[in-house]
Design a protein around this ligand. Structure first.
Ligand code: UGA
Length: 359
């Protein structure tokens, strides 16, 4: 099989999980495979862009199953580089979908919980608590709110995939991940990336640097976070059960881990404090969305998945509570980045000292 986006956060966890479960050969494709630490000989590492000439043809010739994960999926990018976001989520993936449809290659495509938009609505547009794959309406904000470029591009690709399945012969499954978290998520600004990552990496960055954790709009908005191990298990079950998963869209998330962003910050700070009791207690600061993301940002106040369909058809239920998941994630970030953050801070301090002495 092929995993496109194998060097991303979910891909880097999924490849070893697939090897363990299916003992298969994997074409692992990404522009950057650094995060894919697994060096198993059954994995062919292919450093390429998904839109590179010949890539889709080569992969769909060799593989009977393609898992597609490539996207630009940080909200900070949706309103700063919207055209790249639309290309990565839609334009560049159209040839893949078409080719899979032509050749009958099974496509397991990662869409996003963002497609539901600002809030959960039933078929009549009435508010509901949970977002449902086959019943919920989508509510995206106005075009000027560029936050929704990603959701809209992802939604359109879902509709293309669906149409190829309904009116052609594309064997597909669409996955909508809800705030999956774990080691190797995104990057730390100034260490292994630039810009603003998603909330987990933002908070770990602040904790490691001893800076206050930024709470956008005070941090009352809520998300249901799911450990990445629950995600890889669900994807394995999708692959194992074609009869139950073909032609289906699945929400994959953990409704039991629904917390406010401020609560997530406190839980991470607690885990961090237990690991480093000598460090001063974490601080928090409220920041406006405009200040944090610039113009064009918008947000979802609450995002809880209905996962009954995955439970029924895949026999899957997310297992990991935040109490279990977060300490391991905090430890991994601290081991992975602690020394690099300290070195970067020392270099910054020395540069500032030199500047001050030359002034
Ligand atoms: C993002 C993506 O858009 C989705 O496609 C993806 O499914 C989802 O992450 C995910 O991780 O699975 P969102 O939940 O808004 O959606 O992403 P985050 O950047 O993690 O933000 C979560 C909330 O925390 C937002 O309300 C944001 O404003 C807030 N936030 C973020 C803070 O309060 N402080 C920060 O430092 C960063």
């Amino acid at each position: 099989m092929a995993v496109l986006g194998a060097g991303g956060f979910i891909g880097s966890h999924l490849v070893p999980a697939l090897l363990a479960r299916f003992d298969c050969r994997i074409d692992a494709v990404d522009v950057d495979l650094t995060k894919l630490e697994c060096r198993d000989p059954r994995v062919q590492r292919i450093e390429a862009r998904v839109e590179a000439a010949g890539l889709v043809e080569a992969v769909t010739e060799r593989c009977q199953v393609v898992v597609s994960l490539t996207a630009l999926c940080n909200p900070a990018q949706y309103s700063t580089i919207p055209l790249e976001v639309i290309d990565a989520s839609f334009t560049h993936l159209l040839p893949l979908v078409k080719r899979c449809a032509e050749r009958g290659v099974r496509l397991v495509h990662f869409s996003t919980a963002e497609v539901y938009g600002r809030t959960a609505l039933d078929q009549h547009g009435q508010p509901t608590e949970r977002m449902h794959e086959d019943d919920s309406c989508f509510m995206l904000g106005p075009v000027g709110r560029e936050r929704w470029t990603y959701a809209c591009a992802k939604q359109l690709l879902e509709r293309v995939i669906w149409a190829h399945g309904q009116h052609g012969a594309l064997p597909f499954t669409i996955i909508r991940p809800f705030n999956t978290i774990g080691p190797r998520m995104d990057f730390l600004p100034g260490i292994d990336g630039e810009g603003t990552p998603r909330v987990l990496a933002c908070f770990m960055n602040a904790l490691l640097r001893g800076e206050p954790l930024p709470l956008v709009g005070g941090g009352n908005q809520r998300r249901a976070f799911m450990d990445v191990s629950d995600m890889t298990e669900a994807v394995c079950r999708v692959l194992e059960r074609p009869k139950q998963s073909l032609g289906q869209i699945f929400n994959l998330g953990n409704p039991d881990n629904d917390v406010s962003i401020a609560e997530l910050g406190r839980l991470l700070a607690d885990s961090f404090g237990q690991l480093f009791p000598e460090r001063p207690a974490a601080q928090f600061r409220s920041v406006s969305a405009e200040e944090f993301y610039g113009p064009g940002y918008d947000d979802t106040q609450e995002r809880i998945p209905d996962v009954h369909k995955a439970q029924q058809l895949l026999g899957w239920k997310p297992q990991k509570s935040l109490a279990l998941a977060l300490p391991a994630i905090v430890r991994d970030y601290s081991e992975r980045y602690g020394a690099r953050v300290a070195a970067a801070e020392a270099a910054e301090a020395s540069a500032a000292f030199k500047l001050a002495s030359s002034a």
